[in-house]
Design a protein around this ligand. Structure first.
Ligand code: AMP
Length: 364
């Protein structure tokens, strides 16, 4: 296996997944003189527009995976629902950063919450629910309101059902498809924030400022920086991210979503979930920081020293979901704004088509 020396310009980064995150990672890699080879199943893969090469094949195609591993210098992922067996197959052949464990933990909400609890990070009350009967038992113990979520493959509010009264239990169980799930207490949060930090191959970490995130229909709508929280609370949030990154021996960008309960320095932080990759709530870094999350991730994966994550501007990032992106001409003409479009072939309701970063001079 390769040495610990940083990969020089000209090296090839293999990226598993071909969506917008892969696309923005590929553009950052190109700016560093690195090339990208995308591996993704057939579909709309906008990352392939900006990559040197691409393998379009199933996650369980050993010949394609073998050839991909041989063609790249290091492998990373932009999508966390890659089968763990695929990640293990690749990790046996080429360095995979972040590793298999970060992927396995992030794929399962129960694993995530248990990891946080083991690290003494406060989590909302939760219970594993594997059957309709277990749902009744969990509801009797935890009460309502609560949220039932599939353990695996949920994203953007999918695979979730709010339970406001015991009579909602049947419908919630049908909504999640009767698969292994967890029941979580509904958190009366005052705001949602996320930690975005990179951890390098040398164990050094660099955190971006903490954004405040608003959701619409379960999908991220805006990330605002700075968040309206005291610096001490933001520091506590970052410390949570650092603990998780160290525990996972993570290399790359790590996002941790947190609920804030209460206000001011006395507020509590409750763990929601992690993403072992660049994250939608970090898209503002491209236009408000010297080094953005995408470059930071590529630096870590390539074994480079991390860059400077300092923020030079205040910013509000707004996602363009479905038809929102039809206003591209107006958005492109806005002063103090930078429009990012993902080049997706087809717009659908709920689909992330782009985002816009609205910039203001930094005040604090
Ligand atoms: P998730 O996929 O777990 O990030 O959930 C999507 C969004 O649903 C979160 O960002 C919250 O806005 C909301 N949500 C999820 N879990 C809870 C909870 N336990 N209590 C209150 N709101 C939640």
């Amino acid at each position: 296996m390769a040495s610990d020396a940083p990969l020089p310009p000209g090296s090839v980064i293999g990226i598993l997944g071909g969506g917008q995150l892969g696309r923005m990672l590929a553009m950052a890699a190109a700016e560093m003189g690195l090339a990208v080879h995308i591996y993704a199943p057939p579909g709309d893969n906008p990352a392939t527009d900006v990559a040197r090469s691409a393998t379009i094949a199933a996650w369980d195609d050993p010949a394609a995976l073998e050839a991909f591993a041989a063609a790249v210098d290091v492998i990373t992922y932009e999508f966390e629902n890659i089968p763990v067996t695929t990640a293990e197959f690749l990790a046996a052949r080429k360095r995979l950063r972040p590793g298999v464990r970060a992927l396995a933990v992030a794929q399962d909400r129960l694993n995530e919450k248990e990891l946080a609890r083991r690290l003494d990070i406060a989590v909302p009350e939760f219970a594993a629910v594997a059957s309709r009967t277990e749902l009744d038992a969990a509801l009797a113990r935890m009460g309502v309101p609560s949220i039932l979520k599939t353990r695996r493959l949920g994203y953007d509010g999918k695979g979730q059902a709010v339970i406001r009264s015991f009579a909602d239990a049947d419908a919630a169980w049908v909504t999640v498809g009767g698969v292994p799930a967890i029941l979580e207490a509904m958190v009366p949060f005052t705001r949602e924030v996320s930690v975005l930090l990179a951890r390098g191959a040398d164990g050094a970490t660099a955190a971006f400022d903490v954004p405040e995130n608003r959701h619409r229909s379960g999908i991220l709508d805006t990330s605002t920086v700075p968040a309206a929280i005291p610096p001490a609370l933001a520091a506590r949030a970052v410390a949570i991210g650092e603990r998780i990154a160290a525990e996972l021996d993570h290399i790359g960008l790590l996002a941790v979503e947190l609920f804030v309960v209460g206000d001011g320095n006395g507020a509590a932080l409750l763990f929601n979930e992690i993403a072992p990759r660049v994250h939608n709530s970090g898209h503002w870094t491209t236009d408000a920081c010297l080094v953005a999350q995408f470059e930071q991730h590529i630096r870590a994966v390539a074994g480079w020293r991390l860059g400077d994550p300092r923020r030079h501007s205040d910013v509000v990032m707004t996602n363009l979901i479905g038809a929102d992106a039809d206003a591209w001409a107006t958005l492109a003409a806005e002063p103090d704004a930078r429009l990012h479009l993902y080049g997706k072939a087809e717009s659908r309701p709920g689909r992330k088509m782009g985002h816009v970063n609205r910039i203001r001079p930094r005040r604090a």
